[in-house]
Structures are given as structure tokens and as C-alpha cells.
Write a protein that binds this ligand. Structure first.
Ligand SMILES: NC(=O)C1=CN([C@@H]2O[C@H](COP(=O)(O)OP(=O)(O)OC[C@H]3O[C@@H](n4cnc5c(N)ncnc54)[C@H](OP(=O)(O)O)[C@@H]3O)[C@@H](O)[C@H]2O)C=CC1
Ligand SMILES: CCCCCCCCCCCCCCCC(=O)OCC(=O)COP(=O)(O)O
Length: 382
């Protein structure tokens, strides 16, 4: 300790500054667990030859330094403006991006799959109102024509030019022939596609033990192979034009898997993976990829879901009834296209928390899901 005292009493002004700086870091680490602690401790030890906690305290007192006080002031004086300045810069950057990058929807050719109901129908409404030239897709031409009539009759107050939507009818799950032919028909409508919204999909309710493999395959065909086949058929035209935007409506279940949804969650995980790869591969062609992962939406999804034997589930679940209004979700999709967002999770606190827990604390997530599976056990298991 004498040796340390000697050093401190004899230090130059410069050393004093360093000494104070290290104390500041020490204090910061004590108060907020700053990681510099690890770095500063050995530095102080080697510089002053003492152990930092008690000895520096002692040395400061001898030097007449109110070190807790001085150091906090110095640290806060430097860190707070830095943090606020940084935050300001980030906000400014985002603001500039919003103003600068707003993609133009007026006259854009927008293809929407699953446009006959639910979220797809609401997307048709918002993109139509924004002046897009729509190509609406589904399996049932009559239902698509209902949407066309509705869009033609509803007028919003803007002076924007709107267009009568075209329709292309096909089954997405028939990837061997139909999808490629449908892509050609879509391209014939306006000669190109600016924005493809892969929205169509079906859900599933079932216990894996009782689910026929053909059901797993059918959900995968509709939710994964269909959309990727359509995307790949339309891509060459986008690549040639060095322009395009591909949106896919995935689900929170593309990020986490919950019990009795194997086919659906698997198809949405595959979707997320494929479109993440696509985004990276297409960036240099100026083609954007947006994955939207909503939580529950109030649509016919659960009514139309298939069960393990392929029959229709036919029930509107409470979670669906309590879900978001599809109009609001459609607005988010429009904004995501305008801002060229890459990945959006649109869910409540618990599902969002669950996404993080799945990554950061998987054991807890698996435990929670196993408990949930036991609670929701289907009658056939009992
Ligand atoms: N509702 C929810 O809670 C959530 C939904 N999503 C996703 O949103 C998307 C839209 O679903 P949502 O609006 O909720 O459900 P809906 O059941 O209301 O709509 C599904 C749409 O997909 C179309 N579709 C289904 N199967 C096929 C097929 N084989 N070929 C072509 N079109 C098909 C249907 O058209 P038609 O029957 O006329 O052919 C319908 O227009 C889905 O991808 C879904 O996974 C994501 C998260 C939550
Ligand atoms: C220590 C605190 C831990 C808190 C963790 C909470 C874990 C809660 C789990 C929440 C699971 C949310 C699942 C959400 C599923 C969802 O929103 O899916 C959207 C859909 O695609 C709906 O399709 P479906 O056919 O299933 O109706």
C-alpha cells in the first residue's frame, strides 16, 4: 500500500486524469455493471499495483477526491449526451428513410393471392384505394368477382385514379402444372408485376400421431410450394426489369412452433427460411422481400383449417375471434411495402416474448409448450 501511496502522491497531472477516468469506470461498473470494468480493473491494478475496490477508495480519500461524486458526474456528463445524440441520429435516419424511400403504389401492378377473403380481401381494398392495378387470385372465380364488384362500388374521397381489378383463378397447391400457367396469365394482364403479395394459405388443427402424411403434404403445398412456385415463375421478369417487391404473409408460427399445428408451423417456418434466402440473393437486382408474421387475425382461417384426416375443422376459435381486424393488418402490409420493410412481427406481447424466449431460453420455451400440449390434449389421445 505504501508503494501505491507513493505513486499516487507523485503522479503527474496526466496520470491524475487517467486515474480519475479509471475511477469513473469503476464507479460506472459498480452502479450499472458497465463491461469496461473488466478492462479497467487490470489496468488500474498494473498501474497502481493495488486491488481496485478497497485500495482505490483508500487512495482517493488520501488524495482528497470525492471520487464517487466526481466520477459519476464525469461519466454521466459524457454518456448521457452521447446516448441522446445517438438516439437522435437513429430517429433522424429513420425519418429520412421514410420520406425518401416511400415506394409508389399508384399505377403499380400488384398481385394478391388469397384475395377472395380475410386478409387478402382487405389487402385488395387498401392497394386498390392507393391506386394499384390489381390482379386478384383465388380458387373461386365467383368469390373473386364479388371482391371486384365491391372495390368498384366503394369509393374513397381521394382524387386518386383507380383501376378495375383483373382476376386469375387457380389452385396454388397444384404446383406441377397450374401455378406456372397462372403466372403466365398474370403476366399477360399488364406485361409485368411490380408487387407480388403471397397471402393465400390454410391452417391445420391436429395431433401428429393421428395426422395422415397427405395432410402434412397438402398444407405444405398450399402454404409453401405454391407460393414459392409462383414467386419463381414471376421472378425472371422482375430480374430483367431490375425492379420488384415480393411480400409473403407468414405467421408468428413461422418463428415459433406451438402444439397441434405441426403442418402449419412447418410450412410457415419453411416460408420464412426460403424468403430470407431470397432477400439476400435478390438484393443486387433491386428486388425487395418482405416477410410479415402476424399473430391472430379475425378471418376464416380457423374455419377453413384442415384436420388430421383432411376434413374441414369448421370452428371459429376464440383466439381467431379475438384476433386483429384484418383491415388494420392490411394497412401494415401497405406500409411495409411503402417502406420496403424486410421482416415484421405483428403480434401481442406474449407471442412476441415467446419468439425471443425460443431463441434466448429454448429449454423454458419447450417446457411451456409441453405444458400447453398436455392442457390442450385432443380427445383421441385420451
Ligand atoms: N387469420 C390469422 O389468424 C392469421 C393468418 N395468417 C395468414 O394470413 C394468410 C391469409 O389467411 P386469412 O385471410 O387469415 O384466411 P382466410 O381463410 O380468410 O383466407 C385464405 C385465402 O387463401 C386462399 N386459398 C386457400 N387455399 C388456396 C389454394 N389451394 N389455392 C389458392 N388459394 C387458396 C383462399 O381462397 P379460396 O378459398 O377462395 O380459394 C382465401 O382467399 C394466410 O397465409 C395465413 O396463414 C397469419 C397469421 C394469423
Ligand atoms: C416467463 C414468461 C414466459 C412467457 C412466455 C409466454 C409463452 C406464450 C406462448 C404464446 C404462443 C402464442 C402463439 C401465437 C400463435 C399465433 O398468433 O398464430 C398466428 C396464426 O397463424 C394463427 O393460426 P391458427 O390456425 O393457429 O389460428
Amino acid at each position: 500500500m505504501d508503494a501505491c501511496l507513493h505513486k499516487i502522491n507523485g503522479i503527474s497531472h496526466t496520470f491524475h486524469d487517467i486515474f480519475d477516468f479509471d475511477i469513473a469506470i469503476t464507479v460506472l461498473s459498480q452502479y450499472v455493471g458497465h463491461p469496461y470494468w473488466r478492462h479497467s480493473k487490470p489496468v488500474c491494478e498494473s498501474m497502481y499495483g493495488c486491488t481496485i475496490r478497497e485500495d482505490l477508495d483508500y487512495l482517493c480519500n488520501l488524495n482528497g477526491l470525492q471520487w464517487h461524486h466526481i466520477s459519476m458526474e464525469r461519466v454521466m456528463g459524457g454518456v448521457v449526451p452521447l446516448v441522446l445524440g445517438g438516439l437522435g441520429l437513429v430517429l433522424l435516419y429513420r425519418l429520412i428513410q421514410r420520406v425518401k424511400q416511400g415506394a409508389v403504389i399508384q399505377d403499380a401492378v400488384v398481385v394478391i393471392t388469397g384475395a377472395s377473403s380475410g386478409l387478402g380481401r382487405e389487402c385488395a381494398q387498401v392497394f386498390h384505394d392507393a391506386g394499384a392495378r390489381l390482379v386478384l387470385c383465388g380458387r373461386d372465380e365467383a368469390r373473386l368477382q364479388d371482391v371486384v364488384q365491391e372495390l368498384k362500388t366503394t369509393t374513397d374521397n381521394s382524387q386518386r385514379q383507380t383501376y378495375t381489378p383483373r382476376t386469375v383463378t387457380f389452385d396454388l397447391s397444384n404446383t406441377s402444372e397450374t401455378v406456372a400457367m397462372a403466372a403466365e396469365e398474370i403476366l399477360r394482364c399488364y406485361g409485368h408485376v411490380d408487387i407480388l403479395i403471397n397471402n393465400a394459405g390454410i391452417s391445420y388443427r391436429g395431433n401428429i400421431l393421428d395426422t395422415h402424411i397427405s395432410v402434412q403434404r397438402n398444407v405444405m403445398d398450399t402454404n409453401y410450394f405454391g407460393p414459392i412456385a409462383l414467386t419463381q415463375a414471376l421472378l425472371p421478369s422482375m430480374v430483367r426489369r431490375h425492379s420488384g417487391h415480393i411480400v409473403v404473409i407468414s405467421s408468428v408460427q413461422g418463428k415459433i412452433s406451438i402444439p397441434y399445428r405441426s403442418a402449419y408451423a412447418a410450412s410457415k417456418h419453411a416460408t420464412q427460411a426460403y424468403f430470407d434466402c431470397l432477400r439476400a440473393e435478390l438484393e443486387h437486382y433491386n428486388i425487395q422481400v418482405t416477410v410479415v408474421s402476424p399473430g391472430y387475425i379475425k378471418t376464416n382461417l380457423s374455419l377453413n383449417a384442415v384436420t388430421g384426416d383432411g376434413s374441414k375443422y369448421g370452428v371459429e376459435d376464440k383466439t381467431t375471434t379475438a384476433g386483429r381486424d384484418p383491415k388494420d393488418v392490411a394497412q401494415v402490409v401497405l406500409m411495409a411495402v411503402r417502406h420496403r420493410s424486410k421482416d415484421i412481427v405483428l403480434a401481442g406481447l406474449l407471442p412476441t416474448l415467446a419468439v425471443y424466449i425460443r431463441t434466448l431460453w429454448p429449454t423454458l420455451f419447450f417446457k411451456l409448450m409441453a405444458t400447453r400440449a398436455r392442457k390442450e390434449q385432443k380427445p383421441k389421445d385420451e
